[in-house]
Design a binder for this molecule. Structure first.
Ligand SMILES: [Cu+2]
Length: 464
């Protein structure tokens, strides 16, 4: 057992030693944290997960490195809801380095969707993609999208079009950095989240032909958005154009209650989650021998937790060990052979299994030129002054007493035609240092800086 933990620890250290760019780690639905890595396709290789895609005709342009590999869970999201994507420069530490991305990385941020008949097997590359959000340079605030993302601690909010038909979708984030176009070229950072969107209609989304694209193939290296020289041009006088098609945002009635997700559902027997791994209850025990068997079961699950943990971290595994396996070992040793205790109840709280949310969930970004006919765009999801951390599956009956947390459920609010449901927020008062599962390393906080990261990328790209 110890050896596996040791290996997991090493992986974290290596993750911290690699230079980093940016990666999508976490999705929030109407302000509720779905958990680090949950529903997100990211490379399992901590050394590469934050790296740009090599070549704009690479199939990985669709969902990133290892982006054709499905993850076990698909997050439910109503049409018209607000999604927030969290990006990190260091996959398991949201506050390390510049937070989401080095400030040198100016360019654009876009979100695309693709409806898929089968969330596990439909190839992300190919046709059917449409853009729902884009931000490049905002001349009113004189801010590049990357700077805005840094100011918002890596949290980007956008709304799902309300007229999407019920179904499974890949939501693709595309961050393009153009700070080094004469060197390494534009850098594309791409990941996908697996969503089940509930709408008011069924069937296939009907995308106007000029707004439907194939990925790869949706951009050319000669596109103005990929050749724009930020050192020679001023975006206030020479506007920067985000690459790709114009956004398509079908309006409609929003979610219906009849939509039923069947694939990628987080099982009800799940008593703790880390990314796309779930713990289930250990077998009953009523004597010493059975107690140790239950202990073995717990530690075997812990092994799987660590081996399945993506670069976004293994905090949930640590919680599973400390709040379940260690306690079973204690009872086996002390002769308390009746169990498991708190059978079937959640272990720890949702927020403990993810990195602390580094900032307040921002409101929905206003994307210039994006229109959604007849639809009220939800305003920022608010929950008082706290960060939108935690909540999860909304079932916190497994929380242990003495947890230093407060629940705060604001009343539902109505804004225009849109009823914004209360967002569970959790104020974490515990010092961050006791939460962190990553070993402390001596790597400089910013990993040696921006240019080093990009040079390192060039060197690696040349070798591979
Ligand atoms: Cu970079």
């Amino acid at each position: 057992m110890r050896s596996n933990l040791f290996v997991a620890g090493l992986a974290t250290i290596f993750a911290s030693m690699a230079t980093a760019h940016t990666v999508l780690t976490t999705v929030f639905v109407n302000g509720v944290n779905q958990g680090d890595g949950t529903c997100i396709r990211m490379s399992k290789n901590p050394d590469r997960a934050t790296f740009p895609i090599e070549g704009i005709n690479n199939a990985n342009m669709a969902c990133g490195l290892e982006g054709a590999t499905p993850v076990a869970f698909t997050c439910p999201a109503p049409a018209g809801s607000t999604l927030t994507f969290a990006f990190r420069e260091w996959a398991d530490e949201p506050t390390k380095g510049a937070g989401p991305i080095d400030p040198s990385h100016v360019g654009s941020i876009a979100i695309y969707l693709k409806q898929v008949p089968n969330i596990a097997t439909t190839s992300p590359s190919g046709g059917g993609w449409f853009k729902i959000y884009a931000d490049g340079y905002d001349s009113s605030t004189k801010q590049w999208s990357a700077k805005k993302l840094i100011a918002d601690k890596g949290l980007l909010s956008f709304s799902l079009p309300s007229g999407l038909p019920t179904g499974y979708y890949l939501a693709r984030s595309e961050i393009i950095a153009i700070h080094d176009i004469s060197g390494s070229g534009p850098q594309f950072f791409v990941n996908c989240a697996q969503l089940f969107i509930s709408g008011s209609t069924t069937g296939t989304v009907s995308i106007p032909s000029d707004k439907s694209v194939s990925i790869p193939g949706h951009v050319k290296s000669s596109d103005p958005g990929l050749t724009y020289n930020i050192y020679e041009s001023n975006p206030d006088t020479k506007p920067y154009t985000v690459v790709g098609p114009a956004p398509f945002r079908p309006g409609g009635a929003g979610p219906s209650t009849t939509a039923k997700q069947t694939d990628g559902v987080i099982p009800s027997t799940c008593i703790l989650k880390n990314a796309n791994w779930c713990a289930r209850e250990v077998p009953d025990f009523s004597n010493e021998n059975e107690c140790w068997k239950a202990s073995d079961d717990c530690w075997a699950q812990l092994d799987k937790c660590y081996t399945s943990a993506p670069p976004s971290g293994s905090r949930g595994c640590k919680v599973w060990q400390e709040k379940k396996c260690d306690k079973i070992v204690d009872s086996c040793r002390s002769g308390d052979w009746k169990g498991p205790r708190n059978k079937g109840q959640k272990v720890g709280s949702e927020s403990e299994s993810s990195a602390p949310v580094p900032g307040r969930i921002p409101g929905v970004g206003v994307s210039p030129g994006v229109e959604e006919p007849g639809v009220v765009v939800p305003e920022p999801v608010e929950g008082g002054d706290e960060y939108g951390n935690g909540g999860g599956e909304g079932d916190n009956n497994g929380e242990e007493e003495g947890e230093e947390e407060e629940e705060n459920l604001p009343a539902p609010t109505t804004r225009g035609a849109v009823v914004v449901p209360p967002v569970p927020t959790t104020l974490v008062t515990r010092p961050v240092t006791t939460e962190a599962s990553a070993p402390v390393t001596t790597t400089p906080a910013n990993g040696g800086g921006k240019k080093k990261g990009c040079k390192n990328y060039r060197r690696r790209a040349g070798r591979n």
